[in-house]
Design a protein around this ligand. Structure first.
Ligand code: PEP
Ligand code: MN
Length: 351
């Protein structure tokens, strides 16, 4: 059986969709020729957001994939969204299955897939759900583990966005980071194609995942990307994929260099001291907030003073550049402090 941990970084590539046997075969032969791709991907059942667009070639694509496997010698993977897909894919000797973002959101579908995987030895990758719900993502893993699937990996493909954004799907990096903390034994693969939604952003997203010590990449490639029947703006030619992969710097998880250990220990000591100072200052600030609570109580004045709060926020915004901290970050910190401060005042007022 194909192992997801056999190589790091694990590189998966192939078209968003299998369109014709020729398009699939030509793309995959070129990918194999780069020597940099470990697994071929292609969608044949395509869950498009809106009907009327290309929804995949269906079953006949499985035979095409089996031929690709024979011609290139590379293992092949497809997306499955129900039990029937699983059974058909296994019949054709598909080596890897993945559960798409639109399926991970639905526990009924995930359970249906899990039931079809009982007693089967095939690796399965689980994409994050469309919405940033970590429990749903972890729940999908638990459903597969419960039926005995041994090789499970995760794919970070970003989360739906509303309104203007440089990304098709917001990466929200803290989500895969939290998932890794909860399930450190599962390989985490980044899908820059669906996060970026366009070719120009692929490198930046892929490099960030390498910096975060992800285990691999799944990137869509097409022999003629601009003419692709799905996701045309995010696919790259096999040649461009090769260049992209060459430009990514993969970091080591760790090193046993004594200088590194010493430098890091010293810096971490500074961080620990600063954290202690930060907490002490916060505690002191809450003490002052309680005194304010007392004064407000004596004068029977409401806790929330919107003008004062706007003044604090504006001051933080105006200082953000000088401090080298993003406005967004300062506001999040202040929001958290403000809520805690209101709670402290509340306690004093209602004692
Ligand atoms: C895909 O990988 O082609 C796909 C449909 O992705 P997602 O499930 O991430 O939208
Ligand atoms: Mn796609």
């Amino acid at each position: 059986m194909l192992s997801l941990k056999s190589k790091k970084p694990l590189i998966i590539s192939g078209p968003c969709s299998a369109e014709t046997e020729e398009q699939l075969m030509t793309t995959c032969k070129e990918l194999a020729a780069t020597g940099k791709v470990d697994i071929i991907r292609a969608g044949i059942w395509k869950p498009r957001t809106r009907p009327g667009t290309f929804e995949g070639v269906g079953m006949k694509g499985l035979a095409w994939l089996a031929n690709v496997k024979k011609e290139t010698g590379l293992p092949v993977g497809v997306e499955v969204a129900n039990a029937k897909h699983v059974e058909s894919a296994l019949e054709f000797g598909i080596d890897l299955l993945w559960i798409g973002a639109r399926t991970t959101v639905n526990p009924f579908s995930v359970q249906d897939i899990a039931d079809a995987l009982k007693g089967v030895d095939v690796p399965v990758l689980i994409k994050n759900p469309m919405n940033p719900d970590i429990e749903l993502w972890q729940g999908a893993v638990a459903r597969l583990q419960a039926v005995g699937v041994k090789e499970i990996g995760l794919i970070h493909r970003g989360f739906s966005v509303f309104g203007a954004s440089p990304y098709r799907n917001n990466p929200m990096w803290h989500m895969p980071i939290e998932m890794r903390r909860r399930m450190p034994e599962l390989p985490m693969i980044c899908d820059p194609s669906h996060i970026a939604g366009n070719r120009d952003l692929l490198y930046e997203v892929a490099q960030k995942s390498a910096d975060l010590n992800f285990d691999g990449l799944i990137i869509e490639s097409h022999i003629n990307p601009c003419e692709a029947w799905s996701d045309a703006s995010q696919q790259v030619t096999p040649r461009a994929l090769e260049q992209l992969l060459d430009s990514i710097v993969w970091r080591k998880k760790d090193t046993d260099s004594p200088e590194y250990a010493k430098a890091l220990e010293q810096l971490r000591g500074q961080i620990d001291n600063l954290d202690a100072e930060l907490f002490a200052i916060l505690a002191k600030r809450m003490g002052v907030a309680e005194k304010i609570g007392m004064v407000k109580k004596e004068n029977n004045v409401a806790i929330l003073q919107t003008n004062r709060w706007s003044e604090i926020l504006d001051r933080a915004k105006s200082q953000s550049q000088k401090l080298g901290l993003s406005e967004d970050f300062l506001i999040k910190v202040l929001d958290a402090i403000h809520v805690e401060s209101i709670n402290h005042q509340n306690n004093v007022m209602n004692k």
